[in-house]
Design a protein around this ligand. Sequence first.
Ligand code: ASP
Ligand code: MG
Length: 455
Amino acid sequence: MKVLKFGGTSVGSVESLTQVKKIVETIPGNAVIVVSALGGLTDKLIATAKLAAAGNAVWKPEFESMKQRHLHIINTMVPLTLRDNVISEVCTLFSQLQRIYEGLYLIKALPEKILDETVSFGERCSSWIVAAIIKNGIRHDSLKFIKTEKWYGKNVVEGKITSHLIAQEFNNLQENEKAIVPGFISSDYKTGEITNLGRGGSDFTGALIAAALGAETLEIWTDVDGFMTSDPRIVKNARITPHLTFSESMELCSFGAKVIYPPTIFPVFHKNIPIKILNTFNPEAPGTLITDVSFPDDPPIKGVTALNDLSLIKIRFLDPLLKESILIRTFKILSENAYKIIPVSNSDSDDELHFVVNASDSALSLKMLNTEFAPEIGQGLTENPVAESNVSALALVGNEMKERYNLLSRVLYSLQRKGITVKAVGSPTSNTTLLFILDERQVKDALNLTHSLLY
Ligand code: ASP
Ligand code: MG
């Protein structure tokens, strides 16, 4: 069985839903179809919640336009026999949403929990519509089987329970049934509260289902032809990458390619289930196939991406013997707090430790490190950690990157010759990525230059 996931642009309009219907109805037998909210809706749900919580009455027309957008699609596309039922389901959900907005308008605050509930309405509504449009479509409620737990204040998937519940839910599909599933949303396995898998999380819903069912493939249907050698909005001659390994796709997504939500790859990678990236608006295009090993004719470098909004943190130590202890403690304290940290180095690395964190984690990271190293700082053995903001990571992703020393020096040389300063380099986690840490303002030039050097 296949699991297919259709993103927001694919389910965002009558035209795109017509395409989805065509694609899904040609699949023989059963399939699971995961759907996002109508394109742009999640952003709008959040923006409207903020308006209401700020006491701005404009939330009302915004709410009404979201509701009308759904009703328009239903009235245009849902067969008459099912229409009243779908209208009633969607209107019930919109009444609940309206009560939430009224509450926010009253209390003038936006608690995290309520925001999580608010954003759930997008997928809860779109799935009713898609189930009614597609022949043999039956809606399954992911709040019942995608379960999360709290981990350092974040909601993360409770894998065991979730895969057990998924197996149960889809074990007895009807003949030719297309099981329609709202992506992104989940519920806490202890409290039942509505949670979600993070922005872009519908891909992850698809992966969890594919892994739990041992699906033959996970197809991610989107609005581009696949992974590209770089961001085509920045690099004009970027082209499609027909094949990637799981780790290459993971690294490309972690470092800025917005094709799939990075956590998606883990569950299917473990079960060795191939992922295909396909374009709803150009279904004939071959797309990108993601599998476990490289193909013989794969090019060595699969792409150049950039990740923005980072901070470069530096800790200077006066006693070289301290280096290892500082490194270990830095990792420990930041990872215990669920911060992502990437070690990098440069020519100052003999007496400085360098690493990058998300800009949003920078201030708290500094605070924790200052506390952690207070004894050393007090004795003058270490200086106070400092952070440089507006930093980006340019990532080169491919096979066996650690062996490509001359590539590292070629890229460094070309960047420097064009006046682009590389603040540090690194090769995080795997043998798949080389990182160049730059000033955010030089990233576009760096992408174009590196792309033209490689392709
Ligand atoms: N609708 C959610 C979002 O916009 C999830 C998704 O589309 O994957 O983030
Ligand atoms: Mg997405």
